[in-house]
Design a protein around this ligand. Structure first.
Ligand code: SF4
Length: 365
C-alpha cells in the first residue's frame, strides 16, 4: 500500500511527471484505487459572492481592478441569494458549495459577519461549505470553523520561484501562513494551482513539492488550466495541452494519494475523452455550473450526461470528514479582534502586469 509521504523532492516529482504516459497512468490509477472509489467524483458548485474590484495584481485574474476586463462586478450577495443558489446546486447533484470573494484578505466587520451567516446557512442544508476569501488570521479561521465551515481554499498557484512572475502584491509566505492559520482549526484545506501561466515543468513540480510536504497534505488540490482572459497580463498565453493536464493530475495523485484532486478551470477546452483520462489518472472532483467565478465552465446537464456515459456517481457530502457543528452567532466564543495583520506587499515590478494596466477592453459604464 502506498503510504503518504511528506518528503517528496523536486527531482522525484519530475521523474514521475516525465514517465512514459502509459506507465504514469497505470501508476496513478493504481494509487487512486487504493485510496478512493474510482467511480465516484465529487461535484462542487462555485459561487462568486463578491465579484471584481480586487486590489491584488494576480496576473491571471480578470477580477483585479487594475486590469481592463469586461466582467461585471457586484457587491456582496445576500444570505438569501446564496441560500437559493445552494439549494439549486444541491438539487442538481452538488454536495459542496464554494463561495469566493474577490478580497485581498478578510476584514472583521459586517461583510465578514454576513459571510459567517452564509456558512451557517449552507451547513444547515447538509452541504459541505468551502470559502475562498483571501488571507485569514487565526481568529478569523476559528470564527469560520465555528460557523460550520468544512474547507478553506487558498491556492499556492505555482512554485515559490515563479510566484514572483505572477503576483507582486503579496508573497508566497503569506499563502503558507494562511494555510497554517486554517490548520489550527478543524477546517480542511483546499490548495492547488494553475498551469499554463508561462511556468516551466520544474515550477509545476516545485508547486507539488510545496503542497505535498505540508503535513497534513491538503485534503483537496485543485488543478486549473489557465483560462487566458482578454485584458489580463496573461491574455496571450497558449492554451494548456490536455497531455500536460493529464500528467499534472496523475503526478498530483501519486504524491498526494489521499487528497481529492479537483479538475478545475479550463474544462470547457477539454473533450470528454480528455476529462475521462483525467478521472482515470486520479481526478475525483469537479466544479459544476456554467461559470467558474467569472470564466466559462461546462453546463451542469452536460456534466451529468458525461457522468452517465462514464458510469460515474456524484460523491455524497461528508464522506471524507464529518459534518462540522454550527454555532450560532449569539453563542460565539470568538469576538472579532479587528486585527490589521501585516501581510506582505513585496511590490516588485512584473513587466507583464505593468503593461496590462494600459491594455484590455473598455469597461461598460
Ligand atoms: S485571484 Fe483573488 S486575490 Fe488575485 S486578483 Fe483575483 S480575486 Fe484578487
Amino acid at each position: 500500500m502506498n503510504q503518504t509521504r511528506h518528503d517528496w523532492t523536486k527531482e522525484e516529482i519530475l521523474a514521475i511527471y516525465n514517465k512514459p504516459l502509459m506507465e504514469l497512468l497505470y501508476e496513478a490509477a493504481t494509487v487512486h484505487r487504493q485510496f478512493h472509489d474510482p467511480n465516484t467524483v465529487q461535484v462542487s458548485t462555485l459561487l462568486s459572492i463578491k465579484t471584481g474590484g480586487c486590489p491584488e495584481d494576480c496576473g491571471y485574474c480578470p477580477q483585479a481592478a487594475r486590469y481592463h476586463t469586461d466582467i461585471e462586478g457586484n457587491d456582496l450577495m445576500s444570505v438569501q441569494q446564496v441560500k437559493a443558489q445552494a439549494l439549486r446546486a444541491k438539487a442538481s447533484g452538488s454536495s459542496r458549495v464554494c463561495m469566493g470573494a474577490a478580497w485581498r484578505n478578510v476584514k472583521d466587520g459586517p461583510e465578514f459577519d454576513q459571510v459567517l451567516e452564509m456558512v451557517r446557512t449552507i451547513n444547515k442544508l447538509d452541504m459541505e461549505v468551502c470559502c475562498t476569501l483571501g488571507m485569514v488570521t487565526e481568529n478569523q479561521a476559528k470564527r469560520l470553523a465555528e460557523a460550520g465551515l468544512y474547507a478553506y481554499n487558498h491556492n499556492l498557484d505555482t512554485s515559490e520561484e515563479y510566484y514572483k512572475e505572477v503576483i507582486s502584491t503579496r508573497g508566497y509566505e503569506d499563502r503558507l501562513q494562511t494555510i497554517e492559520n486554517v490548520r489550527k482549526t478543524n477546517v480542511t484545506v483546499c490548495s492547488g494551482g494553475i498551469i499554463g501561466m508561462g511556468e516551466n515543468v520544474e515550477d509545476r513540480a516545485g508547486m507539488l513539492v510545496a503542497l505535498s510536504t505540508l503535513n497534513p497534505q491538503p485534503e483537496s488540490v485543485p488543478i486549473n488550466a489557465l483560462v487566458a482572459v482578454e485584458g489580463t497580463p496573461m491574455e496571450d498565453q497558449k492554451p494548456v495541452e490536455i497531455w500536460e493536464m493529464i500528467r499534472m493530475v496523475a503526478t498530483t495523485r501519486i504524491v498526494m494519494p489521499q487528497t481529492q484532486v479537483r479538475l478545475s478551470a479550463g474544462r470547457t477546452e477539454m473533450t470528454r475523452e480528455g476529462q475521462a483520462m483525467c478521472f482515470f489518472a486520479g481526478a475525483n472532483s469537479i466544479f459544476a455550473g456554467d461559470k467558474l467565478l467569472t470564466t466559462p465552465n461546462p453546463d451542469v446537464n452536460e456534466d451529468m450526461e458525461m457522468f452517465k456515459q462514464l458510469g460515474l456517481n456524484p460523491q455524497k457530502a461528508f464522506v471524507k470528514a464529518p459534518q462540522p457543528q454550527t454555532v450560532e452567532a449569539a453563542d460565539s466564543e470568538y469576538a472579532p479582534l479587528g486585527e490589521k495583520p501585516k501581510w506582505s506587499r513585496p511590490g516588485h515590478v512584473i513587466e507583464r502586469n505593468e503593461a496590462a494596466k494600459g491594455k484590455g477592453v473598455v469597461t461598460k459604464s
